[in-house]
Design a protein around this ligand. Sequence first.
Ligand SMILES: Nc1ncnc2c1ncn2[C@@H]1O[C@H](COP(=O)(O)OP(=O)(O)OP(=O)(O)O)[C@@H](O)[C@H]1O
Length: 265
Amino acid sequence: MSVQTGETVLDVRGLRLEAMADNRVLIPNLNLTVRRGEILGLVGQSGSGKTLTCFAVGGLTPPGVRATAGEIHLEGRRIDNLAEADWRAVRGGRIGMVFQDPLSSFNPVKTIGSILIESARRHQNLDKKAARDLAVRTLKAMRLPGENASVDAYPHMLSGGQRQRAMIGLALINNPALILADEPTTALDPTIQLQILALLRRQAEKAAALMITHDIAAAGAVCDRIAVMLEGEIVEEGPVDQVLYDPVHAFTRDLLASAHLGSKR
Ligand SMILES: Nc1ncnc2c1ncn2[C@@H]1O[C@H](COP(=O)(O)OP(=O)(O)OP(=O)(O)O)[C@@H](O)[C@H]1O
């Protein structure tokens, strides 16, 4: 199904997640939408449920956690009840994922290019040559160095920022409808963080993005809307300016104060 500009790409309705061991409710009732061209920042303290939300959307709910209510729709199609085989077509295809630590996410014995090529071949049914050309073009767009944009480099040969750009390339190579980014800049130094956020911002014009961060300042720099999570619930949500400069929830004000971004009022 083709997506028009501004169309809802991700729609999470009434998602409830529980710990299986003790039936503890981790996420009671989560509702969120992300439209094409939009980045929604999910912010909150450690343990507030950001990563669980992101993993559930990506079909990677961890062992020991189960969804007991709700639905997740991607491009108008229900995805939370897909079989694992169908998930493999969605993940890496319609959903691209960027994690915090690209060194542990990339297989160290494979070149960056071979990882991208494998993904492009699987999801787009390309032959080797076409997939390699696409990998080089994608890595070039991510500004990876060298004539072939580091396609033959191993992960350890790149800097942290370059590896993260390569991972964004991997997330994007199949033109996903949705980018899930979980703390994509936390492991990087501040100047590199801005480059990576700018890159994500550019790419999000073609897709919708959900960016998880504990850093409300980073969310303010790159997102269109911010949702603030506290103990598994979204306690405040709105356009960036409203959340940063006119927050209604005391917890949001605390987050802003600890990031030295006190509201204007
Ligand atoms: N596999 C699991 N089994 C049981 N409980 C879990 C599991 N994974 C996470 N939890 C619990 O779910 C809650 C939310 O965790 P989550 O990792 O989503 O938080 P977070 O906001 O992403 O934090 P961080 O910023 O530290 O990653 C926590 O109370 C955590 O202990």
